[in-house]
Design a protein around this ligand. Sequence first.
Ligand code: SF4
Length: 253
Amino acid sequence: MSGIPLQPRIIYGPILSRRLGRSLGINLLPVNRKVCSFNCVYCQYGEGKVDDSGKNFNDFPSVSKVLDAVRHAMKKPRTIEFLTFSGNGDPTLHPDFVEIVQGVLSLRKELRPETKLGIFTNASRVHEPGINMTLQLFDLPMMKLDAGDEGTFKAINRPAHSIRFQELITGLKSLPNLMIQSLLFDGEISNVRGDSYEAWANLLAELNPKLIHIYSTVRPTACAGVEGVSLQRLNAIAQDLEKRYQLKVMTFD
Ligand code: SF4
């Protein structure tokens, strides 16, 4: 099944985001293909070739191209609440991710110090020291966690062979500003029922993130059989996590 179109350039928006308000998106990935170390069953960009290798990087935008585009976009007179790294795959896969974040932080200081910096990442590189240190610089580092056990993780996120679930969890544990984003859904594979749900909830309790965003799919997904869950059900899950583990959870429809 095909999904929504890829972002055609580095900067997109500002969009009125479900979760961030007025957010200017920064896409560090190529414009003609999804580049991701996961291939989630619910991916809005449809099926993709899993790519975590550090090869095939010659169509990524250069550091100077990204920073020129961000500078230009930030100078326009308009309201921007968030500068958000997201886009056509996972932003941390850009080979110069660390340098680009440092550059964007300098631009924010110079041009719009009140704007917050966010990132949506699948967390597949969070255990790498340089990436981990860089993620600590974000105001809103939203790290994907849809599963609490390796079997469900592999079934839902379909990661590259090189990715180790336990390594990823160790990386998450070492982030002092950890925030989690989880996409919950039902169907043949599910993370809202039974052992999979319990494992996810228990892992969240162990990680104790500062904030958890839960939401479901509202768009076409990569695989058939992914059933979105209602806001009512998400609210019930949020209440369960708050009651059992005193976690701070926000729901989005
Ligand atoms: S991590 Fe995001 S971009 Fe990558 S496959 Fe999953 S949903 Fe798609």
